[in-house]
Design a binder for this molecule. Structure first.
Ligand SMILES: O=C(O)CCC(=O)C(=O)O
Length: 267
């Protein structure tokens, strides 16, 4: 049974409020990382078989796997270890605390995987630009690194303070790393910070914080499991299509709930 996460300190809450991200935080022990890494490797090895049950496999990756980062949503639907991770209170509780919520709901999961010497980047983006079909904004992301990540293998980078820049356009996943820079608001100060982390550590970021990651220039893999959560009061802002592929259609204005969006904290 994993130990409960200690509550975040006032300093950590203040850092998140000022910068729009927090971490690295120690989360998984080495044996646990190994287990999750194994699960990710198993899903990637059989991605075609799993595809119908995943919410999404990045089309650019499907078309050009040697150029575009491996990225998919919905691993929790196909692997029990990834499903277990969704409910891990060491991930859930800090997210709830940062959002100021006592009831938290799972939104979706993601995997990003860069093999050694892979040219794919994750272009700078804000997560909420992908999520405007849900509102109000009360969403958060935890990025759990499954390999040691450094600038050499493309660790995550954040732009401190960018969570206060409003919502910027959503750019294609296979865009150049810095494509967003021509869309920044006047006066925005572009000072990205690379955050190297060890395997098993996590960073947590605000839904509007600009983040991205460069290519893998190393001999090592760089994989991350990402969990996206939201407050239990988040509703459907656009009911014209299912929120995720294969999920029952919910009408505009309905609470986002149901078997695909379980409560992970509270009742
Ligand atoms: O792991 C990466 O490089 C990108 C992750 C990301 O976009 C996220 O955690 O929201």
């Amino acid at each position: 049974m994993p130990a409960a996460a200690p509550a975040l300190t006032p300093d950590q809450l203040a850092t998140f409020a000022a910068q729009g991200y927090l971490g690295p935080l120690e989360v998984l022990a080495p044996a646990e990382v190994e287990r999750v890494r194994g699960a990710v490797a198993e899903v990637i090895a059989e991605l075609d078989r799993h595809r119908p049950n995943l919410y999404e496999v990045e089309q650019g990756y499907a078309d050009r796997p040697d150029r575009v980062v491996c990225h998919f949503l919905g691993g929790w639907r196909v692997h029990p270890v990834l499903r277990e991770l969704v409910f891990d209170q060491r991930l859930v509780r800090p997210c709830a605390q940062l959002l100021g919520q006592d009831r938290l709901r799972f939104w979706h999961d993601q995997v990003f995987a860069k093999p050694p010497h892979h040219p794919g980047v994750v272009p700078w983006h804000q997560d909420y630009s992908y999520w405007t079909r849900t509102a109000p904004v009360c969403h958060i992301t935890v990025n759990l690194m499954l390999d040691d990540a450094s600038e050499e293998n493309g660790c995550l980078q954040f732009v401190p303070g960018s969570h206060r820049w409003g919502l910027l356009p959503k750019l294609p996943f296979d865009a150049p790393l810095e494509a967003i820079r021509s869309h920044l608001p006047a006066g925005a100060v572009w000072r990205p910070v690379a955050v190297p982390v060890r395997a098993g550590m996590a960073t947590i970021h605000h839904s509007h914080t600009l983040h991205g990651s460069d290519c893998n220039r190393s001999d090592r893999w760089r994989r991350a499991a990402v969990l996206n959560y939201m407050g239990a009061g988040v509703r459907v802002a656009d009911g014209s299509a299912p929120l995720l592929r294969g999920v029952p259609l919910l009408p505009t204005g309905a609470l986002v709930e149901g078997e695909h969006f379980p409560l992970v904290l509270g009742v």
